[in-house]
Design a protein around this ligand. Structure first.
Ligand code: DQA
Length: 147
């Protein structure tokens, strides 16, 4: 089974949106980086993005059956969505939360995540490298038989 890498609202604008915060790499670039990294662990990647909370919830539910692990950058929904938390709490495979920016060095409203309670770990502030590190960590967790 592949790992799911799910990206939330506005991440389709990566590379164009506030590049001083989020960098110049596009979402397609990020996808390529993730696929290459996962391949080194023999893992496939199902990389998706949506601006809609319901899509992300449906995809997290799908991961229960169809993924060996899950990486989520929920964008702004990180700071608002109990629905995403509940979906993550129902996922039996290991899951990690990633943010490109260091949310703790930004506005106070970005310093609380509703979804952290539903994941095994959080990586933030390392840009695309954070996704690569999350893939590495997830590969090790999957090797250990998941949560
Ligand atoms: C983000 C951080 C969020 O606060 C923001 O709303 C985003 C992106 C990040 O990757 O740094 O859309 O999740």
């Amino acid at each position: 089974k592949p790992i799911f890498i799910l990206n939330g609202p506005n991440l389709n604008l990566l590379g164009k949106r506030e590049p001083e915060i989020y960098g110049h790499e596009t979402l397609d670039d990020l996808k390529a980086v993730c696929e290459a990294k996962a391949k080194t662990f023999g893992l496939g990647v199902d990389f998706r993005q949506s601006n809609h909370e319901g899509d992300l919830i449906t995809w997290i539910q799908e991961a229960r059956e169809n993924a060996s692990g899950l990486i989520v950058n929920a964008g702004a929904l990180t700071h608002t969505s109990v629905g995403l938390l509940d979906a993550l709490l129902a996922v039996p495979v290991p899951s990690l939360e990633v943010h490109l920016s260091n949310v703790f060095a930004r506005e106070p409203f970005r310093q609380h995540s509703y979804i952290s309670k539903g994941v095994e770990g959080v990586i933030c502030g390392l840009g695309p490298k954070g996704y690569e590190l999350a893939i590495e960590a997830l590969a090790a967790m999957i090797g250990e038989g998941g949560k």
